[in-house]
Design a protein around this ligand. Structure first.
Ligand SMILES: [Zn+2]
Length: 315
């Protein structure tokens, strides 16, 4: 297997690349389907995003104008996830940690029970091919909504979610505000993750990891600004689930060849390679490996090392 993936990268053998087992540990259900699948279903074409968007604000403008109008009903929301699962299987993804936003409950008359029914049915249907590990998605705006906060707390009791992830504008909520929620998730044995350091701020990464007792960080690429923080992450075995194309398109990184994933790796920080929002960034996990090789960021052997380490459970 080792030689196969290495050779497949050098030879640009995409069939062999897809065949190699991979993980996707950073994928949001809401934007998880490729645009072409949504286009086929809708019978229309969707304007692609600009090659560069101005950070999260720019992404939200694109999503609000182009994608959101098509994602308004439960059937489409369910179609998106199922189509993403099929694509992930086809791409050789064997473990998929997909985050289901707490606001998804609003699509079901019976709220969280409906979410559970849908996700459990999917897990069962695709279990032989892929290990779908449902993740509870917490938008940072939750801090302003006691109702959503209480719903999230109930969601932790479903026994459905294996991990929890915090995301969206960092300024919307300090980690302190969700600390009780994360403590509850930890007590339930769930893996704890948060988006932090996507657009700078190495110190905030360490602070958030300590406060929320995170197991992994989504993005966290700003750690590369600080040797101390990189050393600390490495020593504490905090893994970063990086999404290279997302970082470039949202202008956290100027271009792929300059991606700090190289520096993070060289400083002993564990990294994985993931998709984030395939509906926007339009790359599979295989594409992301291939892109990093072709941009000269890593050698085939290094990429195979990252791939193999990502298949092992987090330390
Ligand atoms: Zn993300």
């Amino acid at each position: 297997m080792h030689t196969n993936f290495v050779n497949a990268l050098s030879a640009d053998d995409q069939t062999a690349l897809k065949r190699a087992p991979k993980v996707d540990l950073h994928c949001h259900a809401y934007f998880s389907a490729r645009r072409r699948n949504l286009e086929n279903r809708m019978g229309c074409t969707l304007e692609p995003p600009p090659a560069k968007m101005n950070k999260l604000g720019g992404m939200h403008v694109y999503a609000t104008n182009v994608l959101d109008p098509h994602l308004r009903d439960r059937e489409t929301i369910e179609f998106v996830v199922e189509s993403a699962l099929r694509d992930a299987i086809e791409d050789g993804v064997v473990v998929l940690e997909m985050s289901f936003d707490i606001r998804r409950a609003a699509y079901y008359a019976d709220g969280l029970a409906g979410v559970r029914r849908h996700v459990e049915a999917l897990r069962a249907r695709y279990r032989p091919q892929i290990d779908l590990r449902p993740e509870l998605g917490i938008p940072r705006q939750i801090a302003a909504s006691p109702e959503l906060m209480s719903l999230a707390s109930q969601a932790l009791e479903l026994g459905l979610f294996l991990s929890i992830d915090l995301y969206d504008h960092q300024h919307a909520c300090a980690p302190e505000e969700v600390a009780p929620l994360f403590a509850k998730a930890g007590a339930a044995g769930m893996k704890r993750k948060a988006h932090v350091g996507e657009f700078g701020g190495a110190a905030e990464i360490r602070r958030t990891v300590e406060l929320l007792e995170l197991d992994e960080v989504q993005h966290g690429i700003a750690a590369a600004e600080s040797v101390e923080v990189m050393r600390w992450l490495a020593a504490n075995r905090i893994r970063l689930n990086v999404c290279p194309t997302s970082n470039v398109m949202l202008d956290a990184v100027s271009h792929l060849a300059a991606h700090p994933i190289r520096l993070l790796h060289d400083n002993g920080v564990a990294v994985t390679i993931n998709t984030d929002d395939p509906m926007i960034f339009d790359q599979s996990v295989t594409d992301e490996y291939r892109n990093l090789y072709r941009a000269g960021v890593f050698s085939p052997t290094e990429l195979d090392g990252i791939r193999r380490a990502s298949l092992a459970p987090a330390a």
